[in-house]
Design a protein around this ligand. Structure first.
Ligand code: GLU
Length: 303
């Protein structure tokens, strides 16, 4: 039996909800609801030093004020550390995980090139064991050379050679925290997510997630990476680029802009109606095919 559609929105509480994250919420929500599916919210607060106090509550309050209705309780990654630790044990038992003693400087000194995520490709120095007298700092997942490929529903076929693009990647960091790549894969599986709709800034990390799913015997969901909103300088809208927080008093207007950003021909007077009326229009007219197949779109008119 085909599983039901189950989508999700997984914000990190590093600041209030801004237009860029609203686009991901709207796209994943409409795709789930128009396919009769469920839509779950997961708070990706695993990187605790980056969490901004009050941001998670503010994101949830904004989602509610914007008329999003999620299924079941919010899953908090900060409460899932035992599950992540158990999966690391499993990978270690299977010989897929190894301790790494390298400092950032040592990696920088021997890395040949930049990784797809802007970091450094891990050259594999600790693959065959820790250097004598050196303790493990981080824990890395072995990757193989060869292509990891998938077909994104919007961005088409993407091929990555993980060894060249990132090298063996970190699942538990030197500071003891579990890496996003581990938490997202474990939780997408735990929550039974069948279809992922999120921003194209995560496209390059998808092959790592697919590789980890295959190491763990998890099914791979479908992926659709939406264009991300960028500012006039071409930078992704984020707290770092000072994207303005969304104002619940102007929710209908922001939803209208998000719909248009996603290629939906939303009429201008939706800005003047209630959020329920905006959702009624959006649910009746949602067209996945109309979403621009671009990775990034400059925002002429931030709202
Ligand atoms: N927490 C991630 C972010 O806010 C999203 C992860 C995901 O959707 O897979 O960028």
């Amino acid at each position: 039996m085909k599983p039901i559609y189950r989508g999700r929105f997984a914000p990190s509480p590093t600041g209030p909800l801004h237009f860029g994250s609203l686009v991901a919420a709207v796209g994943s929500y409409l795709e789930a609801r128009t396919r009769g599916g469920e839509w779950l919210v997961r708070m990706e607060d695993v990187d605790t030093p980056r969490n901004v106090p009050g941001a998670a509550e503010s994101i949830l309050a904004t989602l509610a004020a914007f008329g999003f209705e999620w299924d079941g309780p919010v899953l908090w990654q900060s409460r899932r550390v035992e599950a992540y630790a158990a999966v690391l044990q499993q990978l270690r038992g299977a010989g897929l995980l190894y301790g790494c003693a390298c400092s950032r400087q040592e990696i920088a000194a021997s890395a040949g090139h930049l990784a797809v995520d802007g970091g450094l490709v891990y050259p594999g120095r600790c693959r065959g064991g820790l250097p004598p007298g050196r303790p493990a700092r981080a824990w890395r997942l072995r990757v193989e050379s060869g292509e990891t490929a998938f077909v994104d529903r919007l961005q088409g076929r993407l091929v990555q050679d993980l060894q060249r693009a990132v090298g063996d990647f970190v699942l538990r960091r030197a500071d003891g925290l579990f890496a996003y790549q581990l938490a997202v894969v474990v939780d997408d599986h735990f929550q039974g997510i069948t279809d992922i709709v999120r921003g194209a800034d995560l496209l390059a990390s998808t092959p790592r997630q697919i590789w980890l799913q295959s190491c763990l015997g998890y099914a791979t969901p479908t992926y659709a990476h939406l264009p991300v909103a960028s500012n006039a300088a071409g930078e992704k809208l984020s707290k770092q680029t000072l994207a303005p927080a969304l104002d619940p008093a102007r929710a209908s207007r922001s939803l209208l802009h998000a719909l248009r950003f996603l290629g939906q021909p939303a009429p201008a007077d939706l800005a003047l109606v209630t959020v329920s009326e905006v959702w009624a229009w959006a649910l009746a007219h949602w067209s996945f095919a109309a979403i621009p197949r671009q990775r990034s779109i400059p925002l002429p008119n931030p709202d």
